[in-house]
Design a binder for this molecule. Structure first.
Ligand code: DGL
Length: 261
């Protein structure tokens, strides 16, 4: 049985996987949470390339037919390298949903929240140049993904307040340019206001993944086995690089909760 491999620097990629499962409920997944190396956002490019290269090699040993990079930082730095190295393997990579702002909400002042690694990358800067609405603020949220990974509500609130307060009343769109950030949407709203519109690339990535798998005849058509089986733990093998059992528990809790929404 073939799998879809998906990875992030920790459990943040759960926000991507939840969208993928909505459109591809019949697939099997291997989720690799690289909490040993979290956060990626403050690492240099060479380190990130090496880390991602090793993860993909490991996922391929787990019989993966496709790889999803569910981390904006890893995508920004390593996706071209990995696509070149594995040119037959479909590698789908998340990126900050700034094009969506261009397409749907071009006139509104926009805040892009992402890691320092993403913001400094060439890929991100090309995206910014291409779709710039000239009303965009860029915010490298140093340490935020790390706090979300740890899950300490009080500390998350403190960082959000410190980072976001100056944009209250100024921005209307928020691009969630790190896969950990959709987990704190409510906290962001508390500071920036209820009417903020979020832009998250995950739903589009999920549709794109489906299209690519279909095109390559790689969709799992074995529906019979799945009809009565909506138990997420049977569909997803969770691996954490630091063998942290708490991570797995939290990952499945978030997934269960969000798939009921
Ligand atoms: N979730 C990752 C992203 O989308 C990064 C978090 C980190 O800095 O490790 O960028």
């Amino acid at each position: 049985m073939e799998n879809i491999g998906i990875f992030d620097s920790g459990i943040g990629g759960v926000t991507v996987l939840k969208e993928i499962i909505k459109v591809l409920p019949n697939e099997n997944y291997i989720y690799y949470s690289d909490s040993k190396n979290n956060p990626y956002g403050d690492k240099n490019q060479e380190e990130i390339l090496k880390i991602c290269d090793d993860i993909v090699a490991n996922l391929l040993k787990e019989n993966c037919k496709s790889i999803v990079i569910a981390c904006n930082t890893a995508s920004a730095i390593a996706s071209s390298f990995l696509r070149e190295k594995y040119n037959d393997l479909p590698i789908i990579a998340i990126e900050p949903a700034y094009k969506m702002v261009h397409d749907y909400s071009y006139d509104k002042p926009t805040l892009i929240m992402a890691t320092k690694g993403t913001i400094e990358s060439e890929k991100f800067n090309l995206l910014l140049k291409k779709y710039n609405n000239n009303k965009t603020y860029i915010l490298p949220c140093v340490g935020l993904a790390d706090k979300i990974e740890d899950g300490n509500e009080k500390e998350i609130k403190q960082v959000l307040k410190l980072e976001l307060e100056k944009y209250r009343g100024i921005v209307k769109n928020v691009v969630l340019g790190c896969t950990h950030y959709p987990l704190v949407k409510e906290g962001i709203k508390e500071i920036l206001g209820e009417n903020i519109e979020f832009f998250d690339g995950s739903p589009r990535l999920a549709l794109h993944l489906k299209e690519i798998l279909k095109e390559k005849n790689l969709l799992n058509e074995d529906f019979e086995n799945y009809k009565n089986d909506y138990n997420l733990e049977n569909k997803i093998k969770f691996i954490d690089s630091s063998n942290d059992i708490k991570k797995e528990k939290r990952f499945f809790e978030i997934l269960e909760k969000s798939s009921k929404k």
